[in-house]
Unconditional design. Sequence first.
Lengths: 300, 144
Amino acid sequence: MEYEDYSDERMSAEEFLKTYRISEEDRSRIKRLSSLVADMDGLIRSWYEWLRTLPEYEQFLSNTETVERVKSLQKAYWLEFLEAEIDEAFLSRRRRVGQTHATIGLPLNTYFAGMNMFLELLVGLIKQSALSEKEKASTIESVSKLLHLDTAIVVETYNQLIEETLTAQTRSLLEMSTPVTQIWEGILLLPIVGIIDSKRARDIMDGALAKISETQSQIFIMDISGVGVVDTAVANHLIKITRATRLMGCETTISGLSPAIAQTMVDLGIDVGSIKTTATMKDALSDAFERVGMEIVKGR
Amino acid sequence: MDVRAIQRIPLQLSQNSIVASIQVDLSDELLRLFREDLLNLLQSSEADGIILDFSGVEIIDAEDWAAIRGTMTMANLMGTRSIVAGLRPGVVSALVELEVDVEDIDAALNLDEALKLMAAFRVKSEEIGEVDSRDGEVAQGEQG
């Protein structure tokens, strides 16, 4: 899977620090904290004890090898957190973490819960420490700020991946929705199902014109029986497509005009001019055969 | 600009029609010369149809189109029908989006189809007994 480069839209390390109001003091407090967290392994062990209570544990961490690998990665992650060096390299490593979690399909709320649990463990440590009450409070505040920043980076990555998937899906859906097919020498057919907006009308037109040029077809049948609403805008799109194909030397027939559609069109005062319209695809097809000089003869 | 430096659009007679095969990028000057050449040839030749083959043209803007339509209207005033052939998908799509006037244009997919269409028009006009001045002359010549 390839990831698109979003570096232009992404916030820089500086912007992140500014947005999350992380000052030099915050960072030095967190750095001081690293001496308190002497037993990182212990911390991670207790975090895994919590994780084991979740149903997701079985799903994502079924074999011990994976667990050990993830544990060591996590240790590196939190040691880095305590270094509190927020630069571009830090951001890109965090984004990788986000990508990994999103790619394996870990639910975002499980991720949040995990971050929250680790915050709780860190806060517990701070509370037990020998720091003054005031210092404890501000350290907890600093840790929360950095943790939020950390989570934000990961969420941002999650979002991007979801958006990419959505865009890809929309694209393939649009491509699927305009399958102009050659059904006979010189005859093209496009059944339209769903709605026709200006984007789709444009796609239909481009698809049809390309296909006309490719197959040198003289007839283009557009079946609109699957189109829910035919209002003035839709009719104008259809007329435009017809005009375009005509300019290439290909006549468009619009088939599938149901009684309901015919009624709406007359009620709205839509004039289709000289465009050929038929009630059924069968009529359009037999008319098309006639125009390309073909005859259907029943075999004996 | 030196007029002589401009390439002209070649015109040839085929099946009693003037075929203009336009294979270069259009410009105002080129279209003006084309109009002149075409109408002059129309008068001097026996042609009774014009086929404009655009298969080599990548871009036609609204102004070019207006000039082309103008030429077609003039030819029509001189009693000759015009057919446009081989317009590319991209060109057509752009013209329709520009909302230029494309009504009442006879078009064909390619040169072959255009010649066929022109032949069909001739048959049709004979059927309804449409006789223009040039046909009249031919008829007289046959009688004499």
